[in-house]
Design a protein around this ligand. Structure first.
Ligand SMILES: O=C(O)CCC(=O)c1ccccc1C(=O)O
Ligand SMILES: [Mg+2]
Length: 370
């Protein structure tokens, strides 16, 4: 296929509920959508999961826009691409900026699947027709409110509850949750809020039979996590620290992690995500698909990835209505009884809802092959 035209939309959407992590609160979501067109007029869609501020990692919406416009788009426009696995090769001279790279690579995967009359899940080698999902719940000032929120999602059928923790909002919160929900799979995500000075405190979490603790220590660490894992029975799951298959291999060899949260944007795209999946499967480590509060486009990519066989644990891919009054795809992503039915239409399997998309588009940038 030849990439003839690329359109980027800068989007602004309000989330239904504020989302608070150990870093702060988000309610407005600014992000990029990218549409790539081939020479036959097919369209593929990708989403940049970078936030407007660099708290999760160093990328932002604006750095992604810069990388896309000035470096990445010129490397694919007018190029003949046989398979999306080739895209990372085209980008090999550009360091890091994984979320920016993933935005184009995702659109090219969608295009490839559509041209070949396959679902994205099939193009990736996925097998499931429905996926099990959990939900990630932000920090609530009052524990009573957290319990009520968790209860609502448990009643909706979500298969696993993840809550954000931070110093001062951890052991007692998890103790109370476990007491209220003795049988629900529970986990905690610290987004790097602790250090090895907190080992004694973190060890107290072992009493609550958590499925895992996600990224307790520094976002760039794989050494201290190994030290911590030796002292805790709760499995550690790395999120922020993993950017590639190589990072995964090193963390696994060191014993820093027993489970991997795969986020497509963080690892630079679906090709790398699949490599990490395959490696973990071979090593006997379960993986699950993380979330970045995506719109329907990024959500659709997450669903397709989660159909691969080693996505054994429920992911953070909740339904559209958990985040948005109105999503940018049709139909929206629906969770029933804790499952999402994998769409059967070609490519990402959902159509863009242009009426909604236009409403949330603040700026459009268009690039054409010569
Ligand atoms: O619902 C989602 O999309 C996932 C929510 C979540 O946990 C999260 C949201 C934004 C940034 C980082 C994370 C995380 O997994 O650490
Ligand atoms: Mg996380």
């Amino acid at each position: 296929m030849i990439i003839q035209e690329i359109t980027i939309r800068k989007m602004k959407m309000m989330m239904k509920h504020p989302f608070t992590t150990s870093f702060g609160t988000m309610q407005e979501k600014d992000f990029l959508l990218l549409e790539a067109k081939d020479e036959l007029g097919n369209s593929g869609w990708g989403e940049s999961v970078a936030f407007s501020a660099p708290w999760y990692n160093e990328e932002t919406l604006e750095t992604n826009l810069h990388m896309l416009q000035d470096f990445l788009i010129p490397l694919v426009l007018g190029k003949e691409i046989g398979h999306p696995d080739e895209v990372s090769g085209l980008f090999s001279a550009i360091r890091k900026n994984n979320m920016a790279k993933s935005t184009i690579e995702g659109a090219i995967w969608d295009l490839y699947a559509k041209r070949n009359k396959m679902t994205l899940a099939q193009a990736l080698g996925g097998e499931r027709d429905k996926i099990e999902v959990g939900i990630s719940i932000g920090i609530h000032e009052r524990v009573e409110d957290l319990i009520a929120t968790v209860r609502g999602f448990v009643e909706e059928g979500y298969k696993r509850i993840k809550v954000k923790i931070k110093p001062g909002y951890d052991v007692e919160v998890m103790r109370e949750l476990r007491k209220q929900f003795p049988d629900v799979p529970l986990m905690a995500d610290a987004n790097s809020a602790y250090t090895l000075n907190d080992v004694e405190l973190l060890k107290q979490l072992d009493a609550f039979d958590l499925t895992m603790i996600e990224q307790p220590l520094a976002s760039d660490d794989i050494i201290d996590h190994a030290t911590l894992q030796k002292q805790m029975t709760t499995p550690i799951c790395l999120d922020e620290s993993i950017h590639s298959l190589e990072d995964t291999r090193k963390a696994v060899e060191l014993g820093s992690t027993k489970i991997i949260n795969i986020k497509i944007g963080r690892v630079g795209g679906l090709t790398e995500a699949k490599k990490i999946h395959d490696y973990c499967m071979e090593k006997g480590l379960p993986v699950w698909c993380g979330g970045m509060l995506e719109s329907g486009i990024g959500r659709a990519h997450n669903i397709a990835l989660t159909t691969l066989p080693n996505f054994i644990l429920p992911g953070d891919t909740a339904g559209s209505s958990r985040y948005w009054e109105e999503d940018v795809i049709t139909p929206e992503v629906v969770v029933e009884d804790g499952y999402i039915t994998v769409p059967t239409a070609y490519g990402i399997g959902y159509e863009p809802n242009f009426r909604a998309m236009d409403k949330f588009t603040v700026e459009t940038y268009r690039f054409k092959a010569e």
